[in-house]
Structure formats: structure tokens, C-alpha cells
Design a protein around this ligand. Sequence first.
Ligand code: NI
Length: 153
Amino acid sequence: MALREILKFGDEALRKKCRVVTAFDKKLWELLDDMAQTLHGEQGVGLAAPQVGILKRAVVIDLLDGKGVHELINPVILSQEGSQTGNEGCLSAPGEWCEVERPAKVTVKAFDRNGEEFTITGEGLMARALCHEIDHLDGILFIDRVKPDIAPR
Ligand code: NI
């Protein structure tokens, strides 16, 4: 396992639409292991592959709630309900926090590292993390979700 460099806002890789993962192989597993290590090293709750310069649809989330690392490959939001507004940050924008509105609850379909499909339902912080990380796979950053009236200059 190895720590990977986290790209910062302004890097054009963060604005790309990522490719669907088709090979659930050792290379993918190494990427996921490295992403988890990098996430833990930065004490973040989520990291998407494009943040380490890999334009593949893969994310890791760890809320440090004892449930461990969630790996989601090719995640798709199946349903969402409600809304929540709260402070949100990103490892690609250290120290920047903005109020972002997200669904209160989302259900996501994804694949695990072996290519097995599963669904996960998250509320609260998990819903926020799922939406934030899935956005990354389409080149969308949390600052794009800030309402204009409360956006910092
Ligand atoms: Ni982020």
C-alpha cells in the first residue's frame, strides 16, 4: 500500500467525467487500498479516485464509526429523499468549508472490489458523503453545490 498525492482544486483532473470500471483486478484493489490509506492519513471521511488522479468510478468512505471502509465501484444513486444542510469540506480543498444542501437519505447501487453488486442506504453524514464522492466522479465539486446567496467571495 502507498499514500497517493491528493490533487487540489484547480487541477483539471478534478473536472473530468470518470470512466466506468470494467476490470475488477489487482490494479483496482491496489488503487482501493491506497485510497483507503490516503484517506486515513488525511483523516477525511471520503475520497474519490479522481482526487488521486485516477479517472475511474471508484470511491472509498469511512465515517470512523467502527463500520470500516466502504468501497464503492461504479456507484449510482437509485433514490433520495428529504434534505439536509450542513458544513461540507473536501480533501482537495483543505480548510475550506461551505454550507451545502444534500438529500437526507440516499440509496446507492454499486459494486464491490470483486464485482459483486450491492446496495447501501445512508442517512445524515453517510448520505452527504455518498453524494459528495459520487459528484467527484462526474467532475462536480462541493463548491458547485453552494447556493449563490451564501457562497463566500
Ligand atoms: Ni471531495
